[in-house]
Design a protein around this ligand. Sequence first.
Ligand SMILES: C[S@@+](CC[C@H](N)C(=O)[O-])C[C@H]1O[C@@H](n2cnc3c(N)ncnc32)[C@H](O)[C@@H]1O
Length: 299
Amino acid sequence: MSYTTPQRTLADWIRWTERHLRRAGLHFGHGTETALDEAAWLVGAALGHAPQEIEAHLDDRPTAAQLEKIRALVEQRIATRKPLAYLLKEAWFAGLKFYVDERVIVPRSLTGEFIQERFQPWIDPARVRRVLDLCAGSGCMAIACARAFPAAAVDAADISPDALAVARINIGRHGLEDRVRPIQSDLFAALATEHYDVIVTNPPYVAEAEMAALPPEHRHEPAAALVSGAHGLDAVTRILAEAAVHLEAGGILVAEVGGAAAALQAAFPDTPFLWLATETGDESVFLLTAEQLAAHSGR
Ligand SMILES: C[S@@+](CC[C@H](N)C(=O)[O-])C[C@H]1O[C@@H](n2cnc3c(N)ncnc32)[C@H](O)[C@@H]1O
């Protein structure tokens, strides 16, 4: 089947795209986990459909112009190894659409499912008035929290002015200027007097030595969003030391630390990390209460 065969359906073109992506040996993991999911996202986007709408359009027949779009995206994805999200300037997180470009990582944090569950049963959603998304990047977690807790004010803190520029775009697109506040801050440095019911964070956590081994797709993301010292623990160690001061009594810290989970547990064997099981079975998101964090930092 050549890409100039307009009588084929969307389902056929998804299979065609999947074959090309798979044969090219790409890395998936920036919003999709498989060649098929990425093919469906790519083909759907070329036709203006959100990923969750594609199923209803599988029998549609793309126009020649739409096929050209599909072909161009497949070519770019393979030639550049850029994550599809950057080519489309869109990403999906917690069921919401976000603007993204190379100033931020592609949203994919495993915290998404816990945000959508409103962190139950670990906190009563009715008491959540203030949320901090620390290391906010595109603002995806801050915005998902604002949606999950309609009465809450949310701070979105990041050290990078570039990332905050993207977060501002997303805050505007979601109409949340009155409840989500972008703040430039080196972790808690600009938040000295602030207190929260929930702090959620997906900080950098890749060890320096591991950076070179990451698939090419990761090299299009800002290095400062990924790497965090020799063992990947620099940012999270500081967060653990400082979070207690910024949490209300009964508040919680929810943090993703990816592949650094084992190193973190080994570094702090007496800290009672609660590793939250995700749908995929990963154990790389931990929860600690304000009281446990106070004990951890000796406050
Ligand atoms: C892994 S990304 C997470 C972005 C977003 N929360 C997400 O899940 O898509 C980490 C973010 O932390 C920011 N960052 C790195 N060091 C920081 C620091 N010392 N203080 C605040 N933000 C920092 C980076 O700019 C980057 O946007």
